[in-house]
Design a protein around this ligand. Sequence first.
Ligand code: PLP
Length: 367
Amino acid sequence: MPLVPPYIESLRPYEAGRSIEEVQRIYGLARVSKLASNENPLGPSPLAIEAMFRCMSGLNLYPNGGLDLRRVLAEKYETKVDNVIAGSGSEGIISNIIRAFLGDEDEVLTTDAAFIGFQILAKSRGVAYRTVPYRDWRYDLPALAGAITGRTKIIYLANPNNPTGTIFSKHEFDAFYQHVPERVLIILDEAYFEYVKDTPRYPDSMHYRYDNVITLRTFSKIYGLAGVRIGYGFAHERLITNLLKVKLPFEPSTLAQAAGIAALADKEFLHKSLELNVRGLKFLTSGLREIGLTVITSEANFVMAVLPSAEHAAQLTSELIKQGIIIRPLASFGLPQCVRISTGTTEDNQRCVEAIQKLEVPLSCNS
Ligand SMILES: Cc1ncc(COP(=O)(O)O)c(C=O)c1O
């Protein structure tokens, strides 16, 4: 075996989108709209900021491994602390799931072009990574059920999905679940659940407290805390106990935990963020469709657009960045002909649609 195993050598490190400051510097721009990473354009929850300031004087002490947040979440969701985990973002928890539950011969199963964070983490374990294509840009749950083998250990489902923004319904999940053996762990990644939880056909995964389902959520999106790294999950205590064995003992950090607890209580911020997102989604979807783009109907805080080719998608991204609008090309996800645009402030959204309107890049297969 070489020093670096081939399955690590062949990976590409996660490329974070360009920062606002970097784009300002490179292109000499005063104003930059970052619509690339599904962040909250309103900033962090104000209650979370206050809570972080309050706990600063205790930063000489080690944190307690997320216990305070786990207690708050257990009470909120009427479950036991033993059924809750907290970590450095939901990706931190995904990383621990992969470490705890995958053996060398196991397989991971998910959709083509799944959330890039999951792809990288799963592939870094060196096990077989199998996918089925999307159907109408949605998870094809019947095809996934049919693709389960004796070696399948983890099935990863993001609902809403990143990058397509689509969801599967309660009915569809129920039908799928019938085909999943108990020895297979289903990760239900609900990073965007707050944006869609009031939609009746959306499955509230807290009703699926099956022994082989782990629900993951995050404070990075609607609570505006992506920079703090705090996420959480719910599962059977046997799964949580084993995750606790492999997680870094002191994650999440004291600041992250305090921010998460306070953000959960920030109803006003949640409401404002939801409201802004509803308007942003409508505006981006209809505005971009009017100028000829194929936009997939989204239930999250971003939209995905499908361009005539990979070259068009790359050109659109690079033309927009020159004008101070950062969007996300999706080649690294496995969708080179697509881009993803997050909802921003009303002004950001307008700038984005107006800038695309003025470009000379062909936007649809008919243009
Ligand atoms: C589907 C999905 N899961 C997880 C994450 C990562 O969340 P966190 O910041 O909590 O690690 C993202 C972020 O983009 C996401 O889109």
